[in-house]
Design a protein around this ligand. Structure first.
Ligand code: 13P
Length: 250
């Protein structure tokens, strides 16, 4: 059985004080969320330890937004998977399109990050998705297939079982334009089929989240699709009410 997940990627938003308030509001509203839905929040690095204190003992899980591609040492400005796990994270987002686009993250770097995240007991939330030009050229399936193959196909089945996938079409992120449920389902089914070719039946148990302008008004239709197991939410995860409403949309 695959997990239902609603994860909030706070990106580079909120102060520590505001982030703690947001986490507190989410914990307070947990009673409204179906028990089988796993909520995850991914605040900035600076917030992880204080937010971990706020959510301690609750059913909300903590995620980082990234981790270093090196284990430790002279890598100024980087934060390792071991450090992230040490403050209570159980997940880390990897390969977000903003990291790929603005910080030159490549599949090679992501292979290293994936290995370190898994070694340190973190479940990676691995993001894939095409740019608008790639979709318009009809090349989106090839782009996504390469993103999956290059970073995940070297994993063992045991490692793959810990990975969550997020499909985030770049043209839908922060734009207010959501993929239609047909477009999203088509790609989610393709992702599952691609994973099945390598990992067999395990693909049925992999959670695949949709991300890209997912909000309370469209979450229900998206989550009703057979291969969409939840959402990776940006903007709407910064308001506790919206985040909780999305989690109520199954
Ligand atoms: P938005 O929900 O703001 O479009 O962001 C999606 C996203 O990038 C989540 O990782």
């Amino acid at each position: 059985m695959r997990k239902k997940i609603v994860a909030g990627n706070w990106k580079m938003n909120t102060t520590v004080a505001a982030g703690k308030e947001l986490a507190k509001d989410i914990v307070a509203a947990l009673g409204k969320v179906p028990k089988d839905v796993q909520l995850i929040i991914a605040p900035p690095f600076t917030h992880l330890a204080p937010v971990a204190d706020v959510i301690k003992g609750s059913a909300v899980a903590l995620s980082a937004q990234n981790c270093a591609d090196k284990a430790k040492g002279a890598f100024t400005g980087e934060v390792s998977a071991e450090m992230i796990a040490g403050v209570g994270c159980t997940y880390t987002i990897l390969g977000h399109s903003e990291r790929r686009q603005y910080y030159g993250e490549t599949s090679d770097t992501l292979v290293a990050k994936m290995a370190l995240a898994l070694e340190n007991g973190l479940s990676p939330i691995y993001c894939v998705g095409e740019m608008l030009s790639e979709r318009e050229a009809g090349n989106h399936f090839n782009v996504i297939k390469a993103q999956l193959e290059e970073v995940l196909f070297g994993l063992s089945a045991e490692q793959m079982a810990k990975v969550v996938i997020a499909y985030e079409p770049v043209w839908a992120i922060g734009t207010g334009v959501t993929a239609t449920s047909e477009q999203a389902q088509e790609v989610h089914a393709f992702i599952r089929k691609t994973l099945a070719a390598k990992f067999g039946d395990l693909a049925k148990d992999i959670t695949i989240l949709y991300g890209g302008s997912c909000k309370p008004s469209n979450a229900k239709e998206l989550f009703a699709c057979p291969d969409i197991d939840g959402g990776l939410i940006g903007g709407a995860s910064l308001k506790a009410d919206d985040f909780i409403a999305i989690a109520q949309s199954y």
